[in-house]
Write a protein that binds this ligand. Structure first.
Ligand code: NAD
Ligand code: UD1
Length: 343
């Protein structure tokens, strides 16, 4: 089948593109390069044997999206394109509403006009807000504590409204927990600009000697070791979850449905540090620091709906998440400059 991946050069999109191509599908990547590089398409090509068709463009450009949908005879869209930094969303809310919410309106208008009504959308466990019970299932109440989270909630609501207005839509909303890790080739991974906010890329930079130590944001949470607990899932498992969701859309009669993608296991910050050290042989010095505002103590998924309906479950271990992150990080440090890799 033919799939359009908006934001397809990004962290999750690039891994998903590789998985879909290796499953025999054709993918077209549409990305405005705001948080990615064209060289990623070359790397997907090195992994799969086929460089994916890549359109440098913006989802806000409705005509451009329509042309891509028509020209490449797209069957379904996976909508990754979005801005995702919580702190930045507080400082620049309009940029987030414009890019994420208006960008999705533009994409949906293009899809409706071209008669493409199958969509997989990247949502986030952040829509659950402060957990009222654990594990988090899809019927847990939703709320948002920052503009980024609110864009995801607005988009989810919009997708439900659209499906209610026209039952021929087939929409899967995927709520990701904490994606980490990298492709086994070491060619794809997460490489954030500047100082990372998220735990795994920060640990990798400390291990690489690029940052002096990890700040552990709080060790006085009501958890066994006092540090925050999250549901980390391997980005390759997540990529396979998108494949399962796309296949599900072909057979379902439900216009719009929501799925948690997580492992169902919680891991603390200190457990993650220890596992990273064991998996890589690198040391990760850390210091205990005050809690980060807005953090919750614990968050993990009930992933049973995805297992039951999509036939998908996360398989890869925490050890693999750490080892693959390190292989990618170490490879980046020794890689030639991007223009040399580009063809
Ligand atoms: P990413 O920043 O690596 O990828 C997003 C891609 O979208 C980038 O390549 C960027 O250049 C592109 N993009 C942004 N705005 C665009 C626009 N208007 N038009 C075209 N391209 C545009 O992020 P990611 O981690 O791969 O996340 C993908 C999606 O998953 C995002 O919507 C994000 O909110 C969501 N998500 C991510 C996480 C996570 O921890 N990484 C967790 C939950 C949800
Ligand atoms: C964060 C975002 C969330 C987003 C998710 C994407 C915030 C408040 N939340 O969630 O909206 O959907 O990323 O993956 O930014 N930690 C440290 N030191 C660090 C970094 C993190 O101790 O330098 C701890 C955190 O306190 C937390 C855990 O590690 O307990 C995971 O943090 P992080 O990777 O930022 O993810 P989330 O907080 O789950």
């Amino acid at each position: 089948m033919n799939f359009l991946l908006t934001g397809g050069l990004g962290y999750i999109g690039s891994h998903t593109a590789a998985v879909l191509q290796q499953a025999g599908h054709h993918v077209v990547l549409l990305d405005n390069l705001s948080n990615s590089r064209l060289e990623v398409a070359d790397r997907i090509g090195r992994i799969t044997g086929t460089r994916p068709v890549t359109e440098v463009g913006d989802v806000l450009d409705t005509i451009r999206v329509r042309m891509a949908l028509r020209h490449y005879r797209i069957d379904a869209v996976v909508h990754f394109a979005g801005l995702k930094a919580v702190g930045e969303s507080v400082a620049q809310p309009l940029a987030y509403y414009h890019n994420n919410v208006a960008g999705t309106v533009s994409l949906l208008q293009a899809m409706a006009a071209e008669g493409v009504r199958s969509l997989v959308f990247s949502s986030s466990a952040t829509v659950y807000g402060q957990p009222q019970y654990l594990p988090l299932d899809e019927s847990h109440p939703t709320s948002a504590t920052n503009p980024y989270g609110r864009t995801k909630l607005h988009i989810e609501q919009m997708l439900h409204d659209l499906a209610a207005s026209d039952a021929t839509w087939r929409i899967a909303i995927l709520r990701y927990f904490n994606p980490v890790g990298a492709h086994a080739s070491g060619l794809l991974g997460e490489d954030p600009n500047g100082i990372p906010n998220n735990l795994m890329p920060y640990i990798a930079r400390v291990a690489a000697g690029q940052l002096p130590h990890l700040n552990v944001w709080g060790n006085d949470y009501p958890t066994p070791d006092g540090t925050g607990i999250r549901d980390y899932l391997h980005v390759m498992d997540l990529a396979e979850g998108h494949r399962a969701a796309l296949e599900h859309l072909q057979r379902t009669t439900t216009p719009c449905d929501v799925f948690n993608l997580g492992t169902g296991r919680g891991t603390s910050v200190l457990e993650m540090v220890r596992t990273f050290e064991q998996a890589t042989g690198q040391s990760v010095p850390y210091r205990i620091a005050p809690r980060r505002p807005g953090d919750v103590a614990e968050c993990w998924a009930d992933p049973t709906k995805a297992q039951r309906v999509l036939g998908w479950r996360a398989e890869r271990s925490l050890h693999d998440m750490c080892a693959s992150t390190w292989a990618f990080t170490a490879g980046q440090r020794s890689a030639p400059a991007p223009h040399i890799l580009a063809v």
